[in-house]
Design a protein around this ligand. Structure first.
Ligand SMILES: Cc1cc2nc3c(=O)[nH]c(=O)nc-3n(C[C@H](O)[C@H](O)[C@H](O)COP(=O)(O)O)c2cc1C
Length: 208
């Protein structure tokens, strides 16, 4: 089933390119479909909003899970996110990850004029796949709550270096799908080369 996934194909291609050109970079694979993160609940939410000594055992355990996802993100130089478009947005499994990593005082904080992100030195490449076409028209872009949401949510956490490699129109016909993948491959090569040109700034492990 996974063999036909366009976003998996894209993210795997990106990681392969990165590894080819950066053999000493280490990769951690995180599969949110096979190992789903429990969705946001009041215990997950309150774990970061109550004093430590007031947390229930359940909240403590949820906090430990959340902490692990945050530590993994903060220890990464580069995150490749496979993001299919589902019903105009991202899959709920990916949203569950965003809900975990978006925590006050760890990845963002409130200031007078709103919110400031606390995640620095992490780059992201979004491997986006879409059945239809969205990027080519004003009307299509207005319906984009997938890439636009992801970019906005990540920027809010302070992640500003975000590239998108996209295949769209993949469910329209075989020619369009093939063309989209060929274009994405070329774009991925350019993006990876540009990122690795700044390799001297890479000091830690890469997370995929
Ligand atoms: C549950 C579901 C919802 C989808 N919703 C949309 C949609 O709103 N718009 C669209 O263009 N394609 C939609 N698609 C098509 C997917 O975006 C497309 O098949 C994409 O390649 C899925 O990623 P994958 O190939 O990695 O599985 C949907 C597919 C599924 C399974």
């Amino acid at each position: 089933m996974y063999g036909s996934s366009n976003s998996r194909q894209l993210s795997a291609m990106l990681v392969e390119l990165l590894q080819d050109q950066c053999p000493d970079c280490s990769v951690t694979y995180k599969d949110l479909a096979r190992d789903p993160i429990a969705h946001l609940t009041q215990d997950v939410y309150l774990a970061y909003r109550r004093p430590e000594d007031e947390l229930t055992p359940q909240q403590r355990s949820e906090k430990a899970v959340t902490d692990a996802h945050i530590e993994q993100l903060l220890a990464s130089d580069l995150v490749v996110i496979g993001a299919p478009l589902y019903n105009l947005s991202i899959p709920t499994q990916l949203k569950a990850w965003i809900d975990r990593i978006s925590q006050p005082r760890r990845t963002f904080r409130y200031v007078e004029r709103g919110i400031v992100g606390l995640v620095s030195n992490v780059r992201v490449i979004i491997a986006s796949s879409r059945g239809g076409l969205y990027s080519l028209s004003e009307e299509g872009r207005a319906k984009d709550f997938q890439e636009r949401y992801l970019v906005t949510a990540l920027k809010l956490l302070g992640i500003s270096d975000i590239d998108i490699v996209r295949v769209e129109g993949v469910n329209m016909n075989a020619e369009r799908r093939a063309e989209a993948h060929a274009k994405a491959q070329a774009a991925a090569q350019e993006i990876v080369a540009a990122i690795l040109a700044t390799r001297s700034q890479w000091q830690r492990d890469a997370l995929v």
